[in-house]
Design a protein around this ligand. Sequence first.
Ligand code: HEM
Length: 183
Amino acid sequence: MKAGELLQVLMRRTGLSEPYQQALRSLEPIASPLAPEVALAFYDYLGRDPEMHEILWSVPGRVERLYRSFAAWYRELFSGQYDERYAERRMHIGLVHARVGVRPSHYIPAVGIVQELTLEHLRNALRGPEILAAMTAFEKIMAIEIALMQESYLNALTEGLKYTRDERAALVEGARVLLEKAR
Ligand code: HEM
């Protein structure tokens, strides 16, 4: 299934209908200026885990580059443009992670941290019934993010198993091949 079609299915399954898309769009003026702050807290959290610290700090300049990539990713959550290009970018990010050995056991708890940081800010910035709609919309888009990420991991694994039976190596190699094909 193409990325854009998959996104449509996920929007239907999570119920990210027009009013929730609108809710996310309307959060953009609050959320966008928070992106650098969330990025800082996010990499601070990742750096406290020895394994993730090693992945992030083993390459000079990597974390500095990631602050910006993460902030751009974060702002896009509130863009209101959930189309084929959005889905393709997200699945591409999934492959980049698979290629560098970041696994779902790293990624999924990290998504929880993004949720925690964001919900804390929303609680402070919004009031009353607005909060519930904002939180529900945000949870829906994060569920979609996880599903797109997992699907791109499965694609990488399926591709990689053509070359090796070793699961870890297959994930990395499959992601490398798919990223190369997409260039
Ligand atoms: C909510 C979770 C996460 C988000 C939103 C996120 C976001 C991103 C983005 C946007 C990129 C750039 C992708 C590209 O080049 O197209 C990236 C790359 C990367 N991320 Fe993450 N990430 C997450 C979790 C993690 C975790 C848990 C790790 C573990 C250490 C990690 C390590 C990396 C590494 C090593 C790269 C490649 C950097 C490079 O190009 O050298 N990420 N991430």
